[in-house]
Design a protein around this ligand. Structure first.
Ligand code: HAM
Length: 423
């Protein structure tokens, strides 16, 4: 233990657990690559204004949760609390919207929110995200939802539920907002919530307190105020999802914690996670480009939480398929064998075999202990006599069987044993 520990609300990814995180990231990225999404990476910090204008001045993320700093040069920056505003900023800056549309992008990275830490809620967390810019087509909303559902399914998760809603557009939302405000103003609410009615009334629907929820029965719902175009659009998204075998629950009170959403909004939740149950979420954000000074550019996207998806795997007791661990472990006896086996380990790795070595001049006993601990299937052991005969001893660590193999035949023998041709 050093004098220092990980900052509050953060944790380190350490082997062997860290392998689950890699497996989750890969499972989320694979369907995106197959669907033509290109990888994008943006800086870990941006101008504060990008998020305050993009995510919304009145959101918790902007008012309470951003890590902001002023640089020595006087720039006001924020560690990114989410990816959508950054990805859109980068795409506009690179003029991607002037090329072939839609532009499909995916990303993976760290995000920062100064939230009250608890199980599943961290100040530093990981997302894999996808954004599609420049097209208004219900098939894109459906495609994204299907890709996320496929990612969860490919991990073997069965407890993920999809909640779906439409938040309307600039045609129908203002009328709904007024109707909701009129309703909310008649309720018995505290000062803070009354203020929220004026700035961001939809967020009141999301209030978790029982005393508030009880009064919300009978609140006007967006779905009863959607204009014809939004209604038709949403119906198409629902039909496409049903056609693809995706089960969803209509949740007319689903509002997200970010202000940029229009029309389709959705959240993936897992019931094994306690109060931080959202494992991913997203939606359409047709107005965001203009909000950050760009041209009109319809868009839709999602971000899936890597940390919470790992927790969901643990809740369902699933061990994801992990990248190959050590397959072969070499234990040299003596200086000449050290050189010969080091060269063999390098050759094996180049041939695609996961191989490791007893470093630090261990003797036979400690070397074999390390081999067992590594989880390898085979140990390679060689001493002076083996080398003089041009062989190494190949030991199957499960059965204990051992036999000499000629140096020249070793890579082939191991490949045949580790990767048998399907018959
Ligand atoms: P979000 O709902 O704020 O959306 O975050 C997406 C996911 O990130 C959440 O469902 C959750 O799994 C994870 N997450 C968020 N905050 C934390 C935290 N403090 N600790 C652990 N995990 C967390 C967005 O970020 C939008 N940018 C999604 C989007 C993309 N919408 C359109 N395009």
């Amino acid at each position: 233990m050093s004098t220092f520990s990980a900052p509050r609300g953060t944790y380190d990814l350490i082997p062997p657990d860290s392998a689950d995180f890699l497996a989750v990231r890969e499972a989320m990225a694979a369907p995106l690559r197959r669907a033509g999404y290109g990888y994008i990476e943006t800086p870990g910090f941006e101008q504060v204004e990008l998020f305050s204008r993009g995510v919304g001045e009145s959101t918790d993320i902007v008012t309470k949760e951003m890590y902001t700093l002023t640089t020595k040069g006087g720039d006001r920056l924020a560690l990114r609390p989410e990816g959508t505003a950054s990805v859109l900023r980068a795409a506009l800056e690179a003029n991607l919207h002037r090329g072939a549309l839609p532009v499909k992008l995916w990303y993976s990275g760290s995000y920062y929110r100064y939230e009250r830490p608890q199980a599943g809620r961290y100040r530093h967390f990981s997302q894999v995200g996808a954004e599609v810019l420049g097209a208004e087509d219900p098939a894109l909303d459906a495609e994204l939802i299907i890709l996320a559902a496929d990612a969860y399914a490919s991990l073997g998760l069965t407890g993920v539920r999809l909640l779906l809603n439409s938040l309307g557009d600039r045609e129908c939302r203002p009328g709904y907002r007024t109707a909701l405000q009129d309703f909310l103003r008649g309720l018995d609410l505290d000062e803070d919530t009354r203020r929220r009615i004026e700035v961001n009334p939809l967020r009141v629907l999301d209030d978790k307190r029982e005393a508030v929820q009880r009064q919300l029965t009978g609140a006007p719902l967006m779905r009863d105020h959607l204009c014809e175009a939004c209604k038709e659009y949403h119906e198409q998204v629902r039909e496409l999802l049903t056609g693809a075998g995706i089960t969803f629950e209509d949740d007319p009170k689903l509002v997200r914690g970010l202000d940029y959403y229009t029309r389709t909004t959705f959240e993936f939740v897992h019931d094994g996670l306690g109060s931080q149950s959202a494992v991913g979420g997203g939606g359409r954000y047709d107005g965001l480009s203009e909000m950050i000074g760009g041209p009109a550019l319809p868009a839709v996207g999602w971000a899936l939480g890597v940390d919470r998806t790992v927790l969901a795997l643990r809740a369902e007791k699933i061990a994801p398929d992990l990248p190959r661990g050590t397959e072969v472990f070499a234990v040299p006896l003596g200086e000449d064998a050290r050189r010969a086996l080091f060269a063999l380990v390098t050759e094996l790795r180049r041939a695609g075999v996961a191989a490791d070595f007893a470093y630090g001049g261990k003797g036979m006993k400690n070397g074999m202990k390390s081999a067992d601990r590594s989880g390898a299937r085979f140990a390679l052991v060689a001493g002076e006599r083996d080398l003089a005969e041009g062989t190494v001893q190949l030991k199957d660590l499960a059965s204990g069987e051992q036999s000499p193999v000629g140096l020249g035949a070793l890579v082939g023998t191991l490949l045949a044993a580790l990767r048998p041709e399907p018959s």
